[in-house]
Design a binder for this molecule. Structure first.
Ligand code: 5GP
Length: 111
């Protein structure tokens, strides 16, 4: 079981900023920007590579929740979304998650 499933199950604490039946958003424990939130599906999918057609509605839902969470967090100046996938992508927690970063101007390209 990943650490994020434990957060969903309230077995470990997190600063939750949004929740519905399908997903949960909470502040990253090591923020890389003034606002750094992780949006995760409640169903345990390891990464983008494990998605299939059965997840179509889930993916749509997550995409539609991103701007809601960003607005709730006051990210009126814009924000960045990142999905790290696999070792070369820098993924460290193997439960699909979308980073939502903002609150300052972000450099491009990433490292
Ligand atoms: P990844 O590197 O897999 O894309 O991102 C995983 C993120 O999860 C990291 O930014 C890391 O700081 C965050 N993280 C890892 N463990 C915890 C935790 O227990 N609580 C919270 N809130 N964030 C965590």
């Amino acid at each position: 079981m990943s650490i994020f499933t434990k957060i969903i199950n309230r077995e470990i604490a997190a600063d939750i900023v949004y929740e519905d039946d399908i997903c949960l958003a909470f502040r990253d424990i090591h923020p890389q920007a003034p606002v750094h939130v992780l949006l995760i599906p409640k169903v345990a999918v390891e990464s983008l590579d494990q998605l299939s057609a059965e997840h179509r509605d889930l993916c749509s839902h997550l995409m539609l929740v991103i701007p809601k969470v960003a607005a709730h967090l006051g990210l009126t100046g814009g924000y960045r979304t990142v999905i790290n996938t696999g070792p070369h992508g820098g993924q460290t927690v193997f439960h699909l998650h979308i980073h939502i970063l903002g609150g300052r101007s972000l450099a491009w390209p990433p490292g």
